[in-house]
Design a protein around this ligand. Structure first.
Ligand code: HEC
Length: 465
C-alpha cells in the first residue's frame, strides 16, 4: 500500500500494452491444472459450489441468462471449474492486468494477487477495488450482501493453495464465521490519551478528478517519543493516506514549510516538480487504503521519533461523481511510556543501487541481504518505479530457506504485509530480492531518484532482541 511515489502516467499506459503481449506468452507455457477426477461434494471445491455459489451466484451466472451472457461466466457445476481456474476474464481491464479468473499458481499471495475472482468478491477491500480499478465492474454478488468473512476466508485458502479441483485445502470451520463487511461510518477519532492527533480538515475534490497533496506537520516534541500504535480514519473516497518522515540527509532548503498544502498536480494535471522532489527524502511510517486503520506494534515494541520530528501527511482522493466531494482525515499517533519500551522498532531499507536495465528488454535483478543479529520483522513493503513488473522476496537460510515471503505486481500499490507474530530471522539469515523490470523505453535505465530512473528497495519495520 505504499504510494505512487514517482508516478508517470503516460509511461504506465504504454507499459500496459506491452505487458499484454508478455503475459500471453507467460500463460501459454505455464502449467495448467491437470485434475480430471470427479469432484467430491466434501472437497474444498465441492463445498465452494454447494455452500456458496449455488445459493448466491448461480441464479445469474447460468448459461442463457442475460447476466450469464453479459459476464461471460457460467457457474453451474458442470462447467464452473473450467470457467474459473486458468481462464481469462471477460473483463478487458482485468485481462490487460494479466489476471486469470482464478489463477492456479497458488503459493499463497501470488495466486491471490493474480485472481480476478478474489478482487470481485473481496468486499472488505472495496475502497481499493473501486478506487484503483475503475473498470473492474461491481463487487459480487451483484446487488447483494457481500459474502460472509468465513466464506471469503474459505475461498481465499482455496486460491492460495492453487485452486485444486479435488482434495481438502480449507478448513470448513472457517464457514462458521458469518460476520460480513459493513462500510464503516466516518467519525472523528477521540484524541489519544498519550499521543498526538493530526487532522486534515474537510477539503474539496472537484467532480470527476483526483486530488493528491502533501502537508508537513512538525511534531514539536521536546524529547524523543516512542510510537506504538497508529489509527487512521478517513472520509470515504480516499485512495490512500500515508504518513512519512524525512531522511536525515534532506537538504534544509528542500524541507517544505509547515502546514502548506503541496499539490502533486497543477490545474492542468501536470506534476508539480517541487512536490515530487520532496518525495525522494521520504521514509514511510504508516499508511492505509482503508477508511479505517488501526495498527499496533507488538507489546513492548515502539518506534523512536527523535525530538523535533517532522511528519509529512499525504492524502489522495478520487472523485468519480459529477458533484464536488469532501475529504477529511484523522490520524492518531499513540506513544508508549518510554520505561515500557523493551525493543525499538526501526525501519530498514534493503536497497539495490546497482541497477542497469538495457533498453527494450525484460531484466531480472537479484540481490541478497542478510542480518548480522537476530531480527524480528513486523512489516514489509517494496518500492520500485514504473518499469517494475514483479518484486519478490524469498527467505535465505534456516528452515524456510527459499520460501517466498513477499510479492508485489503493482509498483504503485505494493501490498503492505504485516507479521503478527513477527517473522524471526536468525543471525545470518535474510532475504533474497528478485525484481523483474520491463524496460520498454529506448534508453538504458539505471538506479536513480527520478521517475524515469529505477529503484529496488524492500522497506521493513523490525526490532532486535
Ligand atoms: C444479480 C446477478 C449476479 C449475481 C447474483 C452474481 N453476479 Fe457475478 N456478475 C454479474 C454481472 C452482471 C457481471 C458482469 C459485470 C461486472 O463484472 O460487474 C458479473 C461478473 C462476474 C465476474 C467477472 C467475470 C469476468 O470474467 O469478467 C465474476 C468473477 C463474478 N461475477 C463472480 C460472481 C460470484 C462468485 C457470485 C456469487 C458470490 C456472483 N458473481 C453473483 C451478475 C451477478
Amino acid at each position: 500500500m505504499l504510494p505512487p511515489a514517482y508516478p508517470a502516467r503516460v509511461g504506465r499506459a504504454i507499459r500496459r500494452c506491452l505487458l499484454i503481449g508478455s503475459i500471453f506468452v507467460g500463460c501459454s507455457d505455464g502449467p495448467g491444472p491437470v485434475q480430471t477426477a470427479k469432484p467430491d461434494a466434501h472437497s474444498t471445491w465441492g463445498i465452494i459450489q454447494t455452500k456458496i455459489f449455488a445459493g448466491q451466484c448461480v441464479s445469474c451466472h447460468t448459461a442463457g441468462a442475460s447476466f450469464g451472457r453479459q459476464s461471460g461466466l457460467v457457474l453451474t457445476p458442470d462447467v464452473a471449474y473450467e470457467q474459473l481456474v486458468g481462464a481469462a476474464p471477460t473483463n478487458a481491464a482485468a485481462r490487460a492486468d494479466g489476471l486469470m479468473r482464478v489463477s492456479a499458481i497458488g503459493q499463497g499471495m501470488p495466486g491471490l494477487l493474480k485472481s480476478y475472482l478474489w478482487e470481485k468478491i473481496n468486499a472488505p477491500d472495496q475502497e481499493h477495488f473501486y478506487g484503483d480499478h475503475l473498470y473492474y465492474g461491481e463487487i459480487m454478488p451483484f446487488g447483494g450482501e457481500p459474502l460472509t468473512n468465513g466464506e471469503l476466508a474459505f475461498i481465499r485458502a482455496w486460491i492460495e493453495a492453487g485452486a485444486p479441483e479435488i482434495g481438502h485445502v480449507a478448513d470448513p470451520a472457517l464457514l462458521e464465521d458469518e460476520s460480513r463487511y459493513e462500510v464503516p461510518e466516518f467519525k472523528p477519532l477521540a484524541e489519544p490519551e498519550n499521543g498526538v492527533q493530526l487532522h486534515l480538515p474537510p477539503f474539496e475534490i472537484q467532480p470527476n478528478s483526483e486530488r493528491e497533496f502533501f502537508v508537513v506537520h512538525p511534531l514539536n516534541n521536546e524529547d524523543d517519543v516512542f510510537l506504538e500504535r497508529v489509527q487512521i480514519s478517513m472520509k470515504s473516497g480516499s485512495h490512500h493516506f500515508l504518513l512519512y518522515t524525512f531522511q536525515d540527509d534532506i537538504p534544509p532548503e528542500r524541507l517544505p514549510a509547515p502546514y502548506e498544502y503541496r499539490e502533486l498536480h497543477n490545474g492542468a494535471g501536470e506534476y508539480v516538480l517541487t512536490t515530487v522532489l520532496t518525495q525522494f527524502y521520504h521514509l514511510p511510517i504508516a499508511g492505509s487504503q482503508w477508511p479505517f486503520f488501526d495498527f499496533s506494534l507488538p507489546p513492548g515494541v515502539a518506534m523512536r521519533l527523535p525530538k523535533n520530528t517532522v511528519l509529512d501527511l499525504n492524502s489522495h482522493y478520487v472523485n468519480r461523481t459529477s458533484q464536488p466531494a469532501t475529504g477529511e482525515v484523522y490520524t492518531n499517533l499513540h506513544f508508549a511510556d518510554p520505561s515500557e519500551v523493551e525493543h525499538e522498532a526501526r525501519l530498514f531499507s534493503l536497497n539495490n543501487f546497482s541497477i542497469s536495465l538495457p533498453a527494450g528488454e525484460v531484466t531480472t535483478l537479484e540481490k541478497d541481504f542478510t542480518f548480522s543479529e537476530r531480527t524480528h520483522v513486523v512489516q514489509l513493503v517494496s518500492h520500485a518505479h514504473q518499469l517494475m513488473v514483479e518484486f519478490r522476496a524469498e527467505m535465505i537460510g534456516g528452515v524456510r530457506d527459499g520460501e517466498l515471503i513477499y510479492v508485489a505486481y503493482d509498483w504503485e500499490h505494493p501490498p503492505l504485509l504485516k507479521f503478527d507474530p513477527p517473522l524471526v530471522l536468525e543471525r545470518g539469515e535474510g532475504f533474497r530480492l528478485e525484481t523483474t523490470y520491463d524496460n520498454w523505453t529506448d534508453q538504458e535505465v539505471n538506479f536513480g531518484l527520478l521517475s524515469t530512473d529505477e529503484m529496488m528497495i524492500l522497506f521493513g519495520f523490525y526490532y532486535e532482541e
